[in-house]
Design a protein around this ligand. Sequence first.
Ligand code: F6R
Length: 341
Amino acid sequence: MKKPFNGTDRMHELVMSLPDQLASGARTAGAARIGRAGGFDSVAVAGMGGSGIGARIAQGLLLDRSRVPVYACNDYDIPAAVSAKALFVAVSYSGNTEETLSAYGQARRRGCRIMAITSGGKLGQSAAKAGYPVLAVPAGMPPRAALGHLFSTLLICLERLGVCESQQRGLEEAVRLMRSRRRSWMAEARTIAKQLDGRLPIVYSTSRMLDAVTDRWRCQLNENAGVLCHTSSLPEHNHNEIVGMGRPDHPGRHVVVVALLDRETHPCTRFRLESVLDITNQAYQLAVRLESEGRSRLARIFSLVMLGDFVSIEVARRQGKDAMDIKRIDELKRRMAQKRG
Ligand code: F6R
């Protein structure tokens, strides 16, 4: 007898496919006609939610490596600094997200050089009609589960357009590492999910490169597992949030800290992390420290992304939540569409 459809199992399969998506997106972008390299003074990438996180990951990855500033835009408006000399990339899986369409409209009016990454929708239609390069990602997935396609398509376009050095080796290593480690990360995720059970997770980033990864953890815990999650960044946390820890009602028992660490985490930041737990008298009692794996930045970033995605699935299972179900987002989008008329 055919097994009934289970949204969480499907989401799990999609997380498993992340390395294959990375490889496939890179091939698509490698073969696409995207025009000449250079000729722009900044890059702005617009996208929301599951379509926006890839730009933020790329920003963290290229922080000290991009030849021009890279802006990640998650709003209706784009920064004033994005001028006619900018490259603008609109990323929307559905192609129908109103904030991204608004940013795209602004970029067109400013005369930016434009590209779109999408599975279709209004964005796909409009960009194709205007003659802008449209990089197609396969349809039929929840956008957040298509991160591999969306991210590597963007990254390889940026590489080909001269924004950064070749990313091929890092990408290949990331794909290899994820394929060889995915089963053991799944098992590790089960243990972490148990520690998160019934608690509010606070995910700490310990380097600028990891800020977007903590965001990915938060978004996946929100959407897949249906739980609230807070993120924080060290060392900045030590100059404000540390005072509020465990107050006003000492929720410590209900909070679990997940600290994401990387070999580029500053040694002083590591010391700060341990000191925080001590100074606050273990305000949050349980701390899970997770080190990235791999050699290249890309592999290290995606080792923590994939582990976090698995954790969100395991928390969903423990909560009895269908990881596919994001009814509240759908309802909000419906209301916004009604408002537009
Ligand atoms: C859904 C998801 C959402 C969407 C967001 C924008 O899986 O992750 O965060 O990504 O609502 O929609 P798109 O990606 O279609 O532009």
